[in-house]
Design a protein around this ligand. Structure first.
Ligand SMILES: Cc1cc2nc3c(=O)[nH]c(=O)nc-3n(C[C@H](O)[C@H](O)[C@H](O)COP(=O)(O)OP(=O)(O)OC[C@H]3O[C@@H](n4cnc5c(N)ncnc54)[C@H](O)[C@@H]3O)c2cc1C
Length: 408
C-alpha cells in the first residue's frame, strides 16, 4: 500500500489546489449535497462548469469526448481536494459517475457525441432510473414495460427513489421488453427525456427534511429507436456497468461521514467532565474503539486508492468499505446521541444545523443506497470468502449465474 503521492501525483495535486484557490469565492462550499431550489441548482451547475473548465471534471474520460484521458488516481486526487475545501458532491454526479461511464462502454458513436459533453459541463443532468416499488435489491424484478411503437418505443410504469429527477434532463431507464424471457434476459436500457409528455415526477420528502429523490410515473412515454442503449434484451449487462461504477464511486471506505469521528471527539471532550467518573471510563473506552475502527476504515480506503493508482479496478472487496463505513457511522452517531441525551435534537453543528440529528436522519438511506448492507454482505460472503450461495427465488437455469442481486 502506497500512501504518499508520487512526484507526478504531487504536481497534479498542486495544480488542482492552485486552480481551486484561484476560484474559491465562486464555488459552492460547505453546503448540503442536494440543491433544493431552482436557484440553488443553477449555482451548483455553475460550480461544476467552473471545475470542468479547469480540467477537474471527467479526468478519466476519453479526450475525444471532452475528458482528461488521465488515470483514476488523478480523479481521486481531485475528489480529495474538493472534499478538503468543502465542495459538496457535484450536481451532475450521477451522470459523471454512473450514466456517462455506461454510455462510454455501451453507447453508439452518435449517442456518445450527443450526450457526453453536456454531462461534463453540467449543461444537462442525468438521473438513474433503476429502482421500482417491487425491484430494489432484486433489480431483475423490474416491471416497467417498453413496447415497440412503429420505429420507436413506448414506456409505461413507475420508478422510485430516483435521485435528482426533479432537476434532471435525461434518465437512464431499465425496462422490461420481453416478459416471456428469463428475468435477466428480457430487459432493455433506454435514454429518456425527462420533460417528455407522459413523464410525471413527484418529489419525496425524507426525514432529514431534504427532498433529494422522487417517484417517477411513466404513462406511454414515446422514445425514439435511437434511445436504446446497448442491444435490445441486454439491459442487465448495461445495468451491471452502471452498478460497478456506482460501487467504485461509493466504496471508498472513508467511512466516517465526513469527519464525524473528529466531531465526536470534540463533543466528548466537552461533555466528559460533566459525567460521573464511572461513566467517563465507559465513554473513553467506547471512543477508543470507534477511533480504531475509523482508522481501519481510512487505511482500508488507502488500499483502494493504491489499486486506483495502479489503474486497477477494485473488485467485490470494495463492498467491505461501504459495509464497515456505514456500521461505523451508525455507532459514532449512537455514542454522540447518548452523550447529548435529549439535547441531540437541538445541539447545533458548526454550520448552525442540528448536526447529530441531521446525520442520524441520513443513516438509514446510506445503508440502502448503492447496495443494502445485507446484499453487500452476500457479495462479500460469496465472492470474496467463497461461502455457499444464498438460495435464489428462480430455477438456476433461468438466471444469470454471476450476478443475481444487484442493489441499484
Ligand atoms: C439516498 C438514496 C438514493 C437512491 N437513489 C437512487 C437512484 O438515483 N436511482 C435508483 O434507481 N435507485 C436509487 N435508490 C434506491 C436504492 O437503489 C434501493 O433503495 C436499494 O437498491 C434497496 O432496494 P429497496 O429500497 O427496494 O429495498 P429492498 O430491496 O426491499 O430491501 C429491504 C431490506 O431487505 C433486505 N434484503 C433484500 N434482499 C435481501 C436478501 N437477498 N438477503 C438479505 N436481505 C435482503 C435489504 O438489505 C434491506 O435491508 C436510492 C436509495 C437511497 C436510500
Amino acid at each position: 500500500m502506497d500512501i504518499d503521492d508520487s512526484p507526478s501525483e504531487r504536481a497534479h495535486r498542486e495544480r488542482v489546489r492552485a486552480y481551486l484557490e484561484e476560484h474559491l469565492h465562486s464555488l459552492v462550499r460547505n453546503a448540503p449535497a442536494d440543491p433544493e431550489s431552482p436557484a440553488e441548482v443553477e449555482r451548483y451547475r455553475r460550480t461544476q462548469r467552473l471545475l470542468y473548465e479547469g480540467g477537474l471534471v471527467g479526468a478519466t474520460w476519453p479526450v475525444e469526448y471532452g475528458g482528461g484521458g488521465a488515470t483514476r488516481m488523478a480523479q481521486a486526487i481531485i475528489d480529495q481536494e474538493l472534499a478538503g475545501i468543502g465542495v459538496p458532491p457535484l450536481v451532475g454526479q450521477i451522470g459523471l459517475g454512473m450514466c456517462g461511464p455506461t454510455l462510454i462502454e455501451h453507447g453508439t458513436a452518435a449517442q456518445k457525441r450527443r450526450y457526453l459533453g453536456p454531462i461534463l459541463s453540467a449543461e444537462e443532468i442525468w438521473a438513474q432510473m433503476f429502482s421500482e416499488p417491487g425491484a430494489g435489491s432484486d433489480l431483475a424484478g423490474v416491471s416497467t414495460r417498453a413496447v415497440r411503437d412503429g420505429d420507436g418505443w413506448r414506456i409505461t410504469g413507475q420508478k422510485v427513489w430516483t435521485s435528482g429527477a426533479h432537476y434532471s434532463d435525461w434518465g437512464m431507464i431499465l425496462t422490461r421488453t420481453d416478459p416471456s424471457a428469463p428475468r435477466h434476459r428480457g430487459l432493455t436500457m433506454f435514454v429518456i427525456d425527462l420533460r417528455a409528455p407522459g413523464v410525471e415526477i413527484r418529489p419525496l420528502r425524507q426525514m432529514s427534511g431534504a427532498s433529494a429523490f422522487n417517484e417517477v410515473f411513466l404513462d406511454s412515454v414515446a422514445v425514439p429507436a435511437d434511445a436504446v442503449l446497448g442491444p435490445v434484451g441486454e439491459g442487465w449487462k448495461v445495468a451491471l456497468t452502471t452498478l460497478l461504477n456506482e460501487r467504485m464511486a461509493i466504496g471508498g471506505g472513508g467511512g466516517d461521514l465526513g469527519g464525524s469521528i473528529e466531531a465526536l471527539g470534540d463533543l466528548a471532550a466537552e461533555v466528559l467532565p460533566t459525567l460521573p467518573a464511572e461513566r467517563q471510563a465507559v465513554v473513553r473506552h467506547e471512543l477508543g474503539r470507534l477511533q480504531v475502527r475509523a482508522l481501519a476504515c481510512r487505511w482500508t480506503g488507502y488500499r483502494r486508492l493504491t489499486a486506483l493508482s495502479r489503474d486497477e479496478i477494485p473488485g467485490p472487496e470494495a463492498s467491505a468499505g461501504k459495509v464497515a463505513g456505514t456500521a461505523l457511522a451508525r455507532d459514532i452517531v449512537k455514542l454522540a446521541v447518548s452523550l447529548l441525551g435529549a439535547d441531540a435534537a437541538f445541539a447545533a453543528g458548526a454550520d448552525g444545523s442540528a448536526h447529530w440529528q441531521h446525520v442520524r436522519s441520513l443513516l438509514p438511506g446510506l445503508e440502502l443506497a448503492g447496495g443494502a448492507t445485507e446484499i453487500l454482505k452476500n457479495v462479500l460472503g460469496e465472492r470474496v470468502l467463497g461461502l455457499p450461495r444464498e438460495p435464489r427465488p428462480e430455477p438456476a437455469a433461468a438466471r444469470d449465474a454471476e450476478h443475481e442481486t444487484a442493489g441499484a
